[in-house]
Design a protein. Structure first.
Lengths: 55, 311
């Protein structure tokens, strides 16, 4: 788990700041899949799941 | 382009105003779980109809590794099976014998097949080739994907034949297809570049169909998540040795910066096929001297590989 001290920001902005290509992950907030344009807030817990290859 | 935002900063579905779960860059639409599922399934079945992938009387062997793509494929085909007259499904899992990876995905495959109510059989490298992949690769790990690809193809075909199947369905998605095009170009492999395993007419091979070939890898993962079937499974430990890993990363970056790159690559392969107009680009089919399987030389790839491995 990584804590990012950031105010409201889109998931896309956060992924970009972490150097993550949004096409290689899915993003979940409180168990729900969310699009990258979703704005998340300082107290949100966001899970970034890397899409594994194969299968 | 501005997108409508609903509660809690989530965009709303372009079709129904429910919270969106995905944004599709090609159609510029945000979609909720219900409309996204319907969109993916609609595109898959349109592609299947357009390319006449399934016909009455077919028995389809679904290559089920237990990973995301084959899970989505089996789920989708089993859900819509009643649409086709006199068509049956069987799931085939190949157990290569990869420590720390395959056991978990086999358990996932068993659960998916049971959930879908589809007959399931497992065929192993140990049964077919007397050894598992880990043992076969000792000291030659960098050849893992080549060795595994050849043997897995043989195992899958054998499993499909054992089950009386008429076709093999694989979970290749748009990303896989675009990567294959680029890899074949990088290798200068024209015969493989223009090969279309769905148009098998020699009667020597089981035709292969790829119903998910127009769905991106991210869409496949999202489809599974929305439908409660997403599992965060381990990745094959040999992936790091593969050219595909480099190509995958490069193409993914290009697609992000230049949307449509993967689709254009796949379309370019189709154009090359069309320009060739069926002209032969590889040697005519012969029979392997050792096992009588169809091949282009004196020995098939499996027998050549077994010789080189000293088996």
């Amino acid at each position: 788990m990584r804590v990012i001290d950031q105010g409201p920001a889109s998931v896309e902005t956060i992924l970009s700041s972490l150097g993550i290509n949004p096409l290689e992950v899915i993003v979940v907030r409180n168990g729900t899949l969310i699009p990258e344009s979703t704005v998340v807030f300082a107290d949100d817990e966001v899970r970034v799941i890397r899409i594994s290859h194969g299968g | 382009m501005g997108r409508k935002k609903g509660l809690a900063g989530i965009p709303v579905c372009s079709c129904c105003n429910e919270p969106a779960v995905v944004y599709q860059r090609n159609s510029r639409r945000s979609l909720c779980g219900t409309h996204f599922t319907s969109d993916v399934e609609g595109r898959v079945f349109l592609a299947m109809e357009k390319n006449q992938m399934i016909r009455a009387g077919d028995r389809i062997a679904v290559a089920l590794s237990g990973g995301k793509d084959s899970t989505a494929l089996l789920l989708l085909l089993s859900r819509h099976l009643p649409k086709w007259e006199d068509v049956s499904l069987v799931a085939i899992t190949v157990d290569e014998g990869i420590r720390g990876y395959r056991d978990e995905t086999i358990r996932a495959a068993e659960r998916v097949a049971a959930h879908a109510g589809v007959e399931h059989s497992i065929i192993s490298f140990r049964d077919l080739f007397s050894d598992n992949l880990d043992t076969l690769l000792e000291g030659r790990e960098e050849q893992a994907c080549t060795v595994c690809g050849i043997l897995r193809n043989k195992a899958l075909t054998q499993g499909a034949k054992n089950s009386g199947s008429t076709k093999i369905a694989t979970g290749h998605n748009l990303d896989d297809e675009a990567q294959s095009v680029l890899m074949n170009v990088l290798r200068g492999d024209l015969p493989r570049l223009v090969r279309n395993s769905a148009l098998e007419t020699s009667g020597c091979f089981l035709p292969r169909i790829k119903p998910l070939a127009e769905i991106s890898e991210k869409e496949v993962a999202s489809y599974l998540f929305v439908n409660g079937m997403f599992l965060d499974l381990p990745e094959c430990p040999y992936t790091r040795y593969a050219l595909r890993a480099d190509v995958r990363s490069m193409l993914s970056g290009l697609e992000h910066r230049n949307p449509g790159t993967m689709l254009r690559l796949v379309e370019s392969k189709k154009k090359i096929e069309k320009y060739l107009g069926g002209a032969p680009v590889s040697a005519p089919l012969r029979r392997c001297r050792q096992c009588d399987d169809p091949c282009s030389g004196n020995l098939c790839q499996v027998c050549m590989l077994r010789q080189s491995l000293g088996r």
